[in-house]
Design a protein around this ligand. Structure first.
Ligand code: UDP
Length: 472
């Protein structure tokens, strides 16, 4: 059995996206597609990353590649295999690039050997899938070692790094020093913000392409109020009397049935459906600061409001390249246990099932639609797709002014931004303010939706991708 995992891409019809956007945007996209189809007649667009589920990259690839496939372009997605020491190392690099120490471990000769060994093993198989003149997009630090050998095989190689920091420090410099020998030879680089690119990236080869969301995927597709109610009742996130399993629309248009429940840690019953609910949905990653959200809620929101807090993340076995997930969830559970009883009964920790990614997506969709307020109190953030997802659903947001979040939220227009993510008092006060002022919350939600419609839908992303491909 091979070590690479090929993820099946379901072709997506471009027509429904074209119907949603303005005539100007429609014309641009049509032209780009026509041009792309002729350029890629005999070429594959191969994407490589290190997990098929969990996180922003795994979220975007099926849609973007699905649209390419829908036009007839051979777009593929392959997931590399890694060992536990490899993923420990790449998590260290991930934290480092965000300017955080992570586990503080070494990045020396031994780590280079681990990195090269895993790269070498994957390369042996990948070479069979990539031909001369193919376009390969390698995503994130786990894949940078593949650049050089793929170029030797004749492919054009783009390295897309979805993370970065606006404030480089010793940790980010150290991580970039480790990656430079592998990554610096790419034919082009893609970052979500220009400021994320390290100094050794030639600015002429730099493309700034922020992520996007797709309105037609189970994560963002329309759900009626009744569907939201049934889904959340069934999975156990709101109080109800054991309803039957609800159905949902899959990306390919067929009907799926929700079978699995969420694992919810709470004392007493789940919140009533009509109780105000503050929500953060993230991977269990320290930089998402789930414990900070919990402390801020317990100290500054719960005493003066009747709101509940839901912190939801994936099942911790569900994200292959994130070895810290279980540890961070345990830390959250520990902080939760230490809350006074009254606060504890208003805070709910949920692990969402990941066995069927569309089932997971529709649960996330229902939670986001149901939330009174969505937060993303990240200490550092590459982009933060959860922000666009919530804004698309017109949810009022309170989030940190960090990384790509500041591109998605304009303070007081499309959400509230907190300058210092460690400032729990200000964060808590912003939540209380929106809970007490529903008109203002609605205004911000509407501002957020309009901003996402303009900037963060798939057509913009596809156009930028087309420009990148043309430049190569
Ligand atoms: N997500 C999910 N299920 C979960 C938790 C998160 O599908 O239980 C998704 C979330 O909806 C978003 C992605 O994971 O699409 C997280 O992307 P983001 O850019 O916010 O952060 P990253 O995880 O890439 O750091």
């Amino acid at each position: 059995m091979g070590i690479l995992e090929e993820v099946r891409i379901q072709p997506q019809p471009l027509d429904r996206l074209l119907e949603l956007i303005s005539p100007e945007r429609r014309a641009l996209l049509r032209d780009a597609v026509q041009d792309g189809v002729s350029r890629f007649a005999n070429r594959t667009v191969m994407n490589v990353n290190s997990t098929a589920t969990g996180g922003g990259v795994a979220e975007m690839l099926p849609t973007l590649l699905g649209y390419l496939r829908g036009t007839g372009i051979d777009a593929q997605w392959t997931v590399i295999h890694g060992t536990p020491p490899f993923f420990e190392l790449t998590k260290r690099l991930h934290n480092g690039i965000h300017g955080a120490p992570g586990d503080g471990g070494a990045l020396g000769d031994e780590e280079h050997a681990v990195y090269r060994d895993v790269t070498h093993e994957n390369m042996a198989e990948l070479l069979a899938l990539v031909g001369n003149d193919d376009l390969v997009l390698l995503h994130d630090p786990q894949t940078a070692g593949l650049i050089e050998p793929l170029k030797r095989a004749g492919a054009k190689v783009v390295w897309r790094c979805h993370i970065g920091t606006d404030a480089p420090n010793e940790w980010s410099e150290r991580a970039w020093r480790f990656l430079e020998p592998y990554a610096s030879t790419a034919d082009a680089f893609v970052f979500s913000r220009a400021s994320y690119a390290p100094s050794w990236v030639d600015r002429a080869q730099l493309h700034v392409i922020p992520p996007s969301i797709d309105p037609f995927q189970p994560k963002n597709d329309h759900l009626s109020a009744a569907q939201v109610h049934d889904i959340l009742s069934y999975v156990g996130i709101v109080d109800s009397k054991s309803p039957p399993p609800p159905h949902f629309k899959r990306a390919d248009g067929t009907t799926g049935r929700l079978d699995r429940h969420a694992d919810v840690l709470q004392t007493g019953p789940p919140p009533r459906f009509d109780a105000p609910l503050v929500v953060q949905i993230s991977r269990w990653d320290r930089l998402k600061d789930m414990t900070g959200v919990m402390r801020a809620f317990a100290d500054h929101v719960s005493p003066t409001t009747d709101a509940h807090l839901l912190l939801a993340g994936p099942n911790v076995t569900g994200v292959a390249d994130d070895p810290e997930g279980a540890e961070v969830l345990m830390e959250c559970m520990e902080v939760w246990r230490q809350l006074p009883h009254a606060e504890r009964s208003r805070v709910h920790l949920a692990c969402l099932p990941t066995a069927d990614i569309e089932e997971n997506a529709v649960i996330v969709n229902a939670i986001q639609r149901h939330a009174t307020i969505v937060t993303q109190k990240s200490l550092a953030e590459g982009f933060g797709l959860t922000v666009s997802e919530a804004l698309w659903k017109s949810r009022p947001m309170v989030a940190s002014r960090t990384g790509g979040i500041s591109d998605q939220i304009e303070h007081d227009v499309s959400g509230l931004l907190i300058d210092d993510p460690a400032d729990l008092t200000t964060f808590g006060a912003a939540l209380c303010h929106l809970l007490a002022n529903p008109d203002e919350a609605r205004r911000l939600g509407a501002g957020g939706r309009a901003h996402v419609e303009r900037e963060f839908l798939t057509d913009r992303h596809l156009l930028q991708f087309a420009a990148l491909a043309t430049s190569l």
